[in-house]
Design a protein around this ligand. Structure first.
Ligand code: NAP
Length: 281
């Protein structure tokens, strides 16, 4: 049976590290990291995510503000809010919770956030820095996956890594981070021969949003399997994008869903906020 990668425990460790660093920052420089979270409309999942992010920030002694705006807000009004947050020196991190209502151009809003305060790592400047292999704020979920690999002493260098999914927030940055860590990386999508590609992976990261898409029998024996997927079934059960039981028979280590990658995302958001506060990317 595969080793279970305990994302909850690792996330707690990351938060404890960030908290200790934040306390030092306050004692030495009188600086308290500040995170502003912007939420538009009444999407129930967004509400849960934003509450979790605010709570995490408060627990670490950060300042945090939530700007909850009506779904009918105009793009110009939202832009004006972002520009105000950019100019506020008490705010080091700005997070715009997605999705935004259809009448608002999400790309334009993300691009309006100052790259130095872009703690989600979605700004084109930060995406560009990542693709150039230069320091910058990194998207939280793949950044969290890299930390999980470190925790299980899985060194990507020289290994064959396969990332299933090519979204701008998970799959693509994930592949670039693995590449930067000297893995040989393949990115898969809907047109890929999944059984063949998955079967070659020493490190497999899956982020598709398709419940149990990856069959256990495809997994290379001994592979490290990271399941980013979070899919709610009709019975309310949360499952990943990988057939967990069958995959556990072949993998050397695997993340559960829930309790794997999920908790890491908020922890790395806190890490990014601290980094933004110290200007230390
Ligand atoms: P997304 O933007 O919908 O992208 C999904 C990707 O998966 C696309 O590139 C798509 O390929 C690919 N894909 C979909 N069906 C496929 C199939 N049958 N075969 C091969 N590839 C397929 O999703 P996302 O935002 O990256 O999120 C993916 C999953 O991760 C979701 O379950 C989401 O809930 C979860 N997630 C979790 C966290 C966390 O904190 N744990 C954070 C973010 C996301 P094409 O490009 O060809 O369409």
């Amino acid at each position: 049976m595969a080793q279970l990668i305990d994302g909850k425990a690792v996330a707690a460790r990351v938060r404890a590290e960030v908290k200790a660093e934040a306390e030092r920052l306050k004692a030495e420089r009188g600086l308290v990291p500040g995170l502003a979270v912007v939420r538009v409309g009444e999407d129930p999942a967004s509400k849960i995510y934003v509450t979790g992010k605010k709570k995490a920030a408060q627990e670490l002694g950060f300042n945090s503000w939530e700007h909850h705006l009506d779904a009918s807000i105009s793009q110009a009004e939202l832009l004006a809010l972002i520009l105000g947050l950019n100019a506020d020196s008490a705010i080091h991190g700005i997070l715009v919770q997605l999705p935004l209502p259809k009448h608002i151009d999400a790309e334009l809003i993300i691009s309006a956030v100052s790259p130095e305060k872009d703690v989600d790592g979605f700004h084109p400047m930060n995406a560009g820095l990542l693709s150039l292999g230069k320091p910058g704020l990194r998207p939280c979920t793949p950044f969290g996956v890299m930390r999980l690999l470190e925790e299980v002493k899985c060194e990507p260098s020289g290994k064959r890594a396969v990332v299933v999914g090519r979204s701008n927030i998970v799959g693509k940055p994930m592949a670039l981070m693995l590449l930067q860590a000297d893995a040989t990386v393949t990115i898969c999508h809907r047109k890929s021969d999944l059984p063949r590609e998955v079967g070659l992976a020493d490190i497999l990261v899956v982020a598709t949003g398709v419940p149990e898409l990856i069959k256990g029998e495809w997994i290379k024996p001994g592979a490290v399997v990271i399941d980013v997927g979070q899919n709610r079934k009709t019975d309310g059960k949360l499952v990943g994008d990988v057939e967990f039981q069958a995959a556990s028979q072949r993998a050397s280590a695997i993340t559960p869903v829930p309790g794997g990658v999920g908790p890491m995302t908020i922890a790395m958001l806190m890490r990014n906020t601290l980094t933004a506060a110290t200007g230390g990317v």
